[in-house]
Design a protein around this ligand. Structure first.
Ligand SMILES: [Zn+2]
Length: 139
């Protein structure tokens, strides 16, 4: 691997540990989502065979999807974190550009906001600044 000239915040060992933590969490999430997806698939097949139960089945599927969306968003955050680890922008707050504290990154390796910006977002919940999707509020 050659350096592209970007000064990285973390050395190789620390970066590897962060990547490991992200991948572990990603695998656990993917497993959960797969389990939910399987349930959904089974129930939709049943619905095709027993049309009378479609109403109940739709309700169940909606419930599963809402859970899946939550997990899916977190999975997307983890993927973004892994990408930023590669590009060298990992650990930088997307709102203010300051470094996110080590303690916060240890607790939430996929955090994209520093603790200050996070609390500002929480106070303004539902009114995220323009250009910011609420996926960043998922934690
Ligand atoms: Zn910030």
């Amino acid at each position: 691997m050659s350096s592209n000239g970007n000064a990285k915040r973390f050395d190789a060992a620390k970066e590897a540990a962060i990547r490991e933590a992200l991948l572990t969490e990603r695998a656990a999430l993917a497993k959960q989502i797969r389990a939910l997806g399987k349930t959904s698939l089974v129930s939709s097949r049943t619905a095709g065979e027993e049309l009378a139960d479609v109403g109940t089945d739709d309700f169940m599927r909606d419930m599963e999807l809402s859970v899946m969306t939550e997990e899916g968003k977190r999975l997307a955050l983890i993927d973004t974190a892994l990408e930023s680890l590669d590009s060298g922008s990992y650990g930088i707050c997307v709102d203010c550009g300051e470094a996110i504290s080590d303690g916060r990154l240890r607790a939430k390796p996929y955090a994209r906001l520093c603790i200050d910006c996070k609390s500002i977002r929480e106070q303004n919940e539902g009114m995220a600044p323009e250009g910011v999707s609420d996926e960043e509020l998922v934690e």
